[in-house]
Ligand binder design. Structure first.
Ligand code: AMP
Ligand code: MG
Length: 324
């Protein structure tokens, strides 16, 4: 029997009983539980096989609940929340004592956002606690952007996926931390850096893959771990598709291009992220295309690098991590 359902009341029942439920957001599907329930939070980590040092994002229904969660809001954090919530920006701020260590990986900061999805906003409004919700996939694998992706991963582990359709943004939220009250990007994501800079001015990025710390240390934002969001199939990112294709003669190749179709007879399957060259559309298609190709038992997935601006930057970040 399918665990996919549109029944919000059932999700409320399960979550109130300290169970976990997969929920839709505009970025990716999340595996949600009551932030104040140790049982629920432990079961999120166990189900995902996520290491405990990797903290969870807290989801609240509106900016009004922010001060319940965090002890201090820098001026630029307030500006960003007002500009982008509900939406795919996560703010990492000094936590209130009430926030359990299990949520924050023992840090004194907590990551929080208001998701922009009608179903989940209704759910959050009807609950009297916030939801911790990391992506609903096993640790390191491709994030889920449809209810079916989640069911395929977890049909034997969880009782319900709340169906909210395909995720419209399609990659994870942009994570912003603060140092001396100045915002810093910890993880590129669904909100383009240019849009953020239009609100708070020039902003530093701290999460490029090359700067990512070795996995032995605890990263500032573990989304920056070099290998993350990764298919099982060997994946290669390239600026020169033709040249890379020549390196994989006699192999079963899946090709992801930005918009064009490549004429080359050795390609077994090719998919464009957006035929019209739209970066938003590319982001919303990315993970579903990776899921499709990863299920085809290919020898290699070759992905074409996108233009390095707007969401192209965030997509290139995810594709780079998929190659590690
Ligand atoms: P996910 O929910 O799997 O998309 O990832 C949540 C990510 O949020 C983590 O992997 C971290 O990168 C980031 N995060 C959550 N809490 C904190 C925190 N207190 N400090 C820094 N980064 C955080
Ligand atoms: Mg994740």
């Amino acid at each position: 029997m399918s665990i996919i359902s549109k029944d919000i009341s059932k999700a409320i029942q399960l979550l109130t009983a300290e169970d976990i439920v997969a929920i839709p957001t505009e970025t990716v599907y999340g595996l949600a539980g009551n932030i104040y329930s140790e049982k629920a939070i432990k079961s999120i980590f166990e189900t995902k096989k996520r290491p405990f040092f990797n903290p969870l994002i807290v989801h609240i229904p509106s900016i009004d609940q922010l001060s319940d969660i965090v002890a201090y809001i820098p001026e630029k954090a307030q500006l960003l929340a007002e500009a982008f919530w509900p939406g795919p920006i996560t703010l990492v701020l000094k936590k209130k004592a009430i926030i359990p260590d299990l949520i924050t990986g023992g840090k004194d900061t907590v990551a929080v956002r208001v998701p922009n999805h009608p179903t989940t906003l209704e759910l959050l409004n009807r609950l009297n606690f916030p939801l911790a919700a990391p992506s609903a996939n096993p640790f390191s694998s491709i994030s889920p952007t449809t209810a079916l992706h989640v069911e395929t991963y977890f049909k034997n582990n969880i009782r319900m996926v709340l169906d909210g359709g395909a995720c419209t943004s399609g990659i994870e939220s942009t994570i912003i931390g603060f140092e001396n009250d100045e915002p810093i990007i910890y993880r590129l994501g669904s909100t383009a850096i240019e849009a953020i800079e239009a609100v708070v001015g020039k902003i530093e990025i701290k999460n490029t893959v090359t700067e990512a710390p070795k996995q032995k240390t605890i990263p500032d934002a573990p989304g920056m771990l070099a290998r993350h969001y990764a298919p099982k199939t060997k994946t290669v990112l390239t600026e020169n598709v033709q040249e890379t294709l020549d390196l994989y003669k006699n192999k079963r190749i899946g090709l992801i291009t930005f918009q064009s179709e490549i004429n080359h007879k050795i390609i077994e399957v090719q998919i464009a992220l957006s035929k019209s060259g739209d970066l938003e559309e590319s982001a919303s298609n990315l993970y579903d295309i990776l899921h499709q190709l990863d299920n085809m038992h290919l020898d290699v997935i070759i992905a074409e690098k996108l233009p390095d601006y707007g969401l192209g930057k965030s997509i290139n970040d995810r594709l780079t991590r998929a190659t590690k």
